[in-house]
Design a protein around this ligand. Structure first.
Ligand SMILES: Cc1ncc(C[n+]2csc(CCOP(=O)(O)OP(=O)(O)O)c2C)c(N)n1
Length: 378
């Protein structure tokens, strides 16, 4: 479906505010409303997480009586369950809104393990949430979209939400959005430098998306295996809590969390908890590109945020930030010298290698080899 037609049609529902978290399935949509179609919706807010986007949609309705459009990957549906059940459902306030859900892991398609179960249950989950939906496919016609939007209108009149479940490749547009941020250090280069700096007892928790894929490959290249790293393939935003508890329970080991700024923003409160827990063997590294690079490079909801300043306020004992590869090379040995709760922010550029691989083992195999590694140096 042509994105211009799609956007024009959903606009006809009276939508003025669009909010959500980007996803690769929705890249064409996000690119369009962020560039050429910028003026179509007066308000476009990239939310910290998908539950927060539901909050924005509630605010929109309370202020204007108009439904907002909330977009997300289906994994983000998990983050919306609380506000959708406890606030927007007709048993509570009955707040209408249009959900646009990118369907990863659709049964019958090839996708990563983290998408498999959510992909399978997405239609059932929408049903349990009492939300009617239509699947938007590559071959969905304008008439079919119109029918779906009529159903949405009816749902809104009854104070209900309506969802469009978007298949991979459903939207097409000639030009892809390209993003830049002015930083010079490539993320994979930074990840490679960190992999090369690891000692064999160190343990790493890497965040969702390409950071984990780069760490996996760089570890293989530089160390010969990736057993030191737990890949947080799903559960975006939770890597730092996994690392925090590893640090508490394994005080003799150095724990390194490789976070992304989008993931860190998603559950920013975790920083305060990490500061409070103050594990002196935890090194929290944020690879900051101001964007959700892994799903297409769209900016986060706070692209200029200085996470190191927040870390300082949150109680991290040592806070550092670097702008390029040389600074990173200089700072890494310094970090190792003194054991204290550390936050390191690295400014990285946008983009990734075209041929970046994916984990070859199953998630369970990787979990097992990581746990074996935990035991090996106890
Ligand atoms: C709850 C949830 N929402 C959205 C996604 C889709 N997603 C995967 S990686 C990613 C971007 C991560 O951005 P960031 O942490 O800044 O790392 P970057 O890719 O920019 O290096 C997104 C949005 C997801 N996996 N889970």
């Amino acid at each position: 479906m042509d994105i211009r037609v799609y956007v024009k049609k959903i606009k006809e529902l009276g939508i003025e505010t669009v909010t959500g978290v980007p996803d690769s399935t929705l890249k064409v949509f996000c690119d369009y409303i962020g560039s050429e179609g910028k003026n179509i919706f007066p308000y476009h807010i990239t939310a910290a997480n998908e539950g927060a986007a539901i909050g924005i949609a509630i605010g929109e309705y309370l202020a204007t009586g108009k439904p907002a459009c909330v977009y997300m990957q289906n994994s983000g549906l998990g983050n919306t369950v609380n506000p959708l059940t406890s606030l927007t459902h007709t048993d509570v306030y009955g707040i209408p809104m249009l959900l646009m859900v990118g369907w990863r892991g659709e049964p019958g398609t090839k996708d990563e393990p983290q998408h498999k179960y959510m992909g399978k249950i997405t239609p059932d989950l929408l049903e349990v949430l009492d939300i009617r939906y239509t699947v938007i496919r590559k071959d969905t016609t304008e008439e079919e979209l119109e029918q779906a939007l009529n159903a949405a209108k009816e749902a809104f009149e009854r104070n209900r939400q309506y969802a469009l479940l978007i298949q991979k490749g459903a939207f097409h547009k000639e030009e892809e959005g390209v993003y830049e941020n002015g930083s010079v250090l490539r993320r994979e280069e930074a990840v490679g430098m960190i992999a090369g700096w690891l000692e064999k007892e160190d343990l790493v928790v890497s965040t969702t998306g390409k950071i984990s894929r780069e760490m996996y490959e760089q570890s293989d290249r530089q160390i010969g295996n990736h057993r030191q790293t737990f890949l947080t393939v799903g559960g975006m935003g939770h890597a730092n809590m996994i690392a925090c508890q590893l640090a508490k329970r394994l005080p003799g080991r150095r724990i390194i969390c490789l976070d992304g700024d989008g993931a860190l923003l998603m559950h920013l409160g975790n920083m305060a908890v990490i500061g409070e827990q103050a594990a002196d063997n935890l090194i929290h590294i944020c690879l900051n590109n101001g964007a959700h690079e892994s799903v297409g490079g769209m900016p986060t909801g706070a692209p200029g945020l200085k996470f190191y300043e927040m870390a300082q306020k949150a109680g991290y004992r040592r806070v550092l930030q670097v702008q390029n590869g040389q600074e990173l090379q200089e700072v890494l040995p310094v970090i190792r010298r003194e054991r204290t709760l550390t936050f390191l922010e690295i400014a990285v550029s946008l983009g990734a290698r075209e041929d970046l691989g994916r984990p070859k083992e199953t998630a369970k195999e990787n979990r097992k080899s990581f746990m074996d590694r935990v035991k090996e140096y106890q």
